[in-house]
Design a protein around this ligand. Structure first.
Ligand SMILES: Cc1cc2nc3c(=O)[nH]c(=O)nc-3n(C[C@H](O)[C@H](O)[C@H](O)COP(=O)(O)OP(=O)(O)OC[C@H]3O[C@@H](n4cnc5c(N)ncnc54)[C@H](O)[C@@H]3O)c2cc1C
Length: 465
């Protein structure tokens, strides 16, 4: 039977583009979580919307489950295939179709990588504002399906703010064309938003139209050092009150910094001494340059909110400062197994939450290595519990589970979210009720039934049907 299915897929996309070797099943069947054992039936690489539609229709007629797959950098187990699913990889659908510098829009296929899109925009002297460390691998389709946030969210928002239109293939094979470039369109329910953040559970995104922005005028990057985590919201408040034109405001602890320095021997700290926490502030200073950043740093120094600060003097130094932040995830992966929490808190409650989190970690997990960093101006923190290489993983996972429950209770008490930007996938499915009410989850199930009555689109992800 499997052979018949594979023969059909080959007839649609060509035999070269149906992969069944053990190594392909292994690598296309997993994402960055590396928690689940992949076991897909086959990997199919269509080259057009029409081919995606034919595959989906066939899977629907034969009750085969489908897993849409982008760059597989997901951190929630959304694109893993563990149960003989057909993985549809959008790798071959990588055309940038149009860059419009009047309407400031870009249209492309879903398999374009984020970096390709950023570079194409830059070649046209405009700017695509989503940015994250996995940009070289992640796809625009994956970014939309996860409603990716990233490091420029504080200024430009995430995918939900950037997407104008979508083309989606439904599990039935029907092509839903919502791929408009309109900025304003008040004609009933805006269905595209159901697919943004749907983690491949409603349909396969094949094409998108998104907003472009003007290139930032004059970026200035400063790395600041402080003694206390609790000062970081105060630093943000001061920047806001001094009308800093913030384009990024990122935070990491000394433990995160050490992991990066250990894994990147060529990268040196710009500070003479060690400090407990660091903030990377990027502003678009326009014509102001140093005149904009200096009074802000002076004010932070004068009030003892920071101990030290350096301002990048060249483009190379700016890139170097960013690499202290952008290398954190990869350096953690190189250091051992990490259990990750990607959480958000109402920004005005960050101070109280951080105090509670510090107390919790000191009481419950003083022997755990907890690496904290994130897009703190969005209220988004990444908590990574690290099991260094050689650790007995089952013992580690047991102690993390106890701590995680208490952290989630704390998040709930602050009306935060257990997933700020990575999504739910398989990894956080059991925890969804911390952040969504029973009524919300029931309505989500109802929406899923409308688009996917047979439950063949990425089944078992976000919630069970
Ligand atoms: C080093 C590193 C840094 C990261 N930094 C950030 C960050 O700052 N902000 C952030 O938000 N995330 C971040 N991530 C997480 C990840 O990069 C994002 O979730 C990204 O958007 C996933 O894109 P992808 O193409 O790799 O998707 P995949 O991992 O392939 O898939 C993710 C989900 O989307 C679905 N999907 C993929 N393509 C499609 C499609 N065409 N149609 C329908 N569904 C689809 C999959 O089924 C799955 O559920 C980071 C990851 C890494 C490894």
């Amino acid at each position: 039977m499997t052979q018949n299915h594979i023969a059909f897929f080959q007839s649609v996309v060509g035999s070269t583009y149906v992969l069944t070797s053990a190594s392909d099943l292994e690598s296309y069947g997993r994402d960055w979580t590396k928690v689940y054992k992949p076991d897909p039936m086959a990997i199919v690489l269509p080259a057009s919307t029409d081919q995606v539609s034919k595959i989906a229709r066939y899977c629907s007629e034969n009750q085969l489950s489908l897993v849409p797959s982008g760059g597989r950098t997901g951190l929630a187990g959304g694109s893993v295939a563990t149960n003989k699913e057909v993985v549809i990889s959008l790798n071959r659908m990588s055309k940038i179709e149009k860059i419009d510098c009047i309407g400031m829009t870009v249209a492309c296929e879903a398999g374009v990588t984020l970096q390709q899109l950023q570079e194409a925009a830059a070649d046209n002297d405009v700017y695509f504002a989503l940015d994250l460390a996995a940009k070289g691998s992640c796809h625009i389709g994956g970014n939309i399906a996860t409603n990716a946030g990233g490091v420029k969210f504080v200024r430009y928002g995430g995918m939900r703010e950037l997407v104008l239109g979508l083309e989606v293939v439904l599990p039935s094979g029907e092509v839903l064309n919502m791929n408009h470039s309109l900025r304003k369109n008040n004609t009933g329910y805006d269905l595209k938003h159901l697919f943004i953040g749907s983690e491949g559970t409603l349909g396969i995104i094949t094409r998108a139209t998104m907003k472009l922005n003007s290139k930032p005028g004059n970026l200035v990057v400063s790395l600041m050092a402080t003694s206390f985590f609790a000062e970081v919201p105060k630093i943000l408040e001061r920047c806001n009150m001094m009308r800093a034109p913030i384009t990024a405001f990122e935070f990491f602890t000394d433990i995160a910094h050490n992991v990066v320095l250990d894994n990147n021997p060529n990268l040196k700290t710009p500070f003479a001494e060690k400090h407990a926490c660091y903030v990377l502030l990027e502003i678009d200073a326009g014509k102001g340059g140093d005149d904009v950043i200096e009074p802000i740093l002076e004010s932070l120094f004068n009030d003892g909110l920071i101990n030290d600060a350096v301002v990048a003097g060249t483009a190379a130094q700016m890139t170097e400062f960013w690499s202290h932040r952008e290398n954190i995830s990869e350096s953690i992966a190189a250091a051992g197994f990490a259990h990750k929490n990607d959480i958000s808190i109402p920004i005005d409650q960050l101070g109280a939450f951080i105090a509670g989190l510090n107390a919790l970690i000191a009481k419950e997990a003083s022997d755990l290595i907890c690496i904290v960093f994130g897009h703190i101006a969005d209220g988004n923190l990444h908590l990574n519990y690290l099991a260094p290489k050689g650790t007995e993983l089952s013992l580690f996972k047991d102690s993390v589970k106890v701590l995680e429950k208490k952290v989630f209770d704390l998040i709930k008490a602050h009306e935060g979210s257990i997933s700020a930007e990575h999504g739910i996938g398989l990894l956080k499915k059991k925890d969804l009720p911390y952040s969504r009410t029973a009524s919300e989850i029931e309505i989500m199930r109802g929406i899923k039934k409308i688009f996917d009555p047979q439950n063949i689109m990425n089944p078992g992800k976000i919630f069970d049907c």
